[in-house]
Ligand binder design. Structure first.
Ligand code: NAD
Ligand code: TYD
Length: 345
């Protein structure tokens, strides 16, 4: 495939590109990958270090809302496949600045769709989230036909984008697909999300701000399992379909248990845990039924949470310079603005 991977300098996008070149090997065919990324606070060229010159790969800095640039790339690179990872992705930031989420997640997606349609691109995959289904009680799992009930500006903007992508199929007959994954973890994750934030805070003996009662549940998906699922969807997914991608049932964990596991792996004391005021509108539980992708495409998660968390902790231990560079400047301003009062309370 000749892919345009948008948001490819972020956490999941960069892991996907690396997975194709370094791990997927030739069993998934030969691919040219053009990464388009605006390099917002979350984008980092260091995530793609070592690819330039070694693989059939090119990086372009630009915004997915720049239709002229996207059009030019489609023509110049003869792109046949779009995988759209580009997004504002952090729920807490969407509480502080929801418009940024509408601009990239909704408007940006529609610009990509318009341009892909004009260029006759063969397939378009929208990387979405299980958060579009809202929050679960103590039982049950989201299926692809669960009602859409997003509760944050992040998940509402992702829901809007999903519906626009599916409209591209219904209205114009485009080969568009949507995948909805649960919480990812692994290397190169920006240290604002739970797992990398708590690993890096614990490594520097800083408090771990655990929201509310710490009993919210997330279904953890290793980013390599996610990359594998995306590749299978690109190769065998059906137009106009949605595919859920979730962690295994044993990867459904309360935040407090994830926190204890991180501290144990690092040999750090539980006194670092700092219960803080809850996130506004905090979804209680996510859990994903991935029967459809399992039956249609033969995918299921392979990385156990214990193994995945241990290797992730190791990666942050071995790559201190990567995250120490990030945890300064803009990051510090966000951290103070969002956590300052909570941590002082
Ligand atoms: P991320 O925040 O790490 O990376 C997002 C990337 O998009 C960054 O490189 C950023 O520079 C780029 N970007 C932002 N706005 C852009 C724009 N206007 N034009 C071009 N590039 C832009 O996010 P992530 O965790 O890698 O998530 C990737 C995708 O997966 C997102 O669509 C997100 O909604 C979805 N997702 C993530 C998770 C998760 O656990 N991280 C779970 C479910 C779904
Ligand atoms: P996060 O990684 O932000 O992903 P999402 O909100 O998209 O699921 O958060 C995962 C869980 O961890 C969520 O229940 C909120 C909680 N959390 C904390 O308790 N403290 C924190 O500082 C962060 C960032 C998250």
């Amino acid at each position: 495939m000749r892919m345009l991977v948008t948001g490819g300098a972020g956490f999941i996008g960069s892991n996907f590109v690396r997975w194709i070149f370094e791990r997927g090997g030739t069993s998934f065919g030969d691919h040219r990958i053009v990464v388009l990324d605006a390099l917002t606070y979350a984008g980092n060229l260091a995530n793609l270090d070592g690819l330039d010159g070694n693989y059939d790969y090119r990086f372009i800095r630009g915004d997915i809302r720049d239709g002229e640039l996207v059009k030019q790339l489609f023509a110049e690179e003869k792109i046949d496949t779009v995988v759209n990872f580009a997004a504002e992705s952090h729920v807490d930031r969407s509480i502080m600045d929801p418009l940024a989420f509408v601009r990239t997640n909704v408007e940006g997606t529609q610009v990509l769709l318009n341009t892909a349609r004009d260029a006759g691109v063969e397939r378009y995959l929208q990387i979405s989230t299980d958060e579009v289904y809202g929050s679960l009680g103590p039982t049950g799992r989201f299926t692809e036909s669960s009602p859409l009930k997003p509760s944050s500006a992040y998940s509402a903007s992702k829901t809007g984008a999903d519906l626009l992508v599916l409209a591209g199929f219904h209205t114009h007959g485009m080969n568009t697909m949507v995948s909805r994954c649960s919480n990812n973890y692994g290397p190169y994750q920006f240290p604002e999300k739970l797992i990398p934030l708590f690993i890096t805070n614990a490594m520097t003996d800083k408090p771990l701000p655990l929201y509310g009662d710490g009993k919210n549940v997330r279904s953890w998906l290793h980013v390599d399992d996610h990359s594998h699922a995306i590749m299978l969807i690109l190769q065998g997914g059906r137009a106009g379909e949605v595919y859920n991608i979730g962690g295994a049932p044993e990867s459904e964990k309360e935040n407090v248990d994830v926190t204890h596991a991180i501290l144990k792996l690092l040999g750090k004391p539980e006194s670092l845990i700092k219960p803080v005021d809850d996130r506004l509108g905090h979804d209680r539980r996510y859990a994903v039924d991935y029967t459809k992708i399992k039956n249609e495409l033969g995918w299921q998660p392979e990385v156990t949470f214990d193994d995945g968390l241990a290797s992730t902790v190791r990666w942050y231990q071995e790559n201190e310079s990567w995250w120490k560079q990030i945890k300064s400047g803009e990051y510090e301003s966000f951290y103070q603005a969002y956590y300052g009062d909570r941590l002082r309370a």
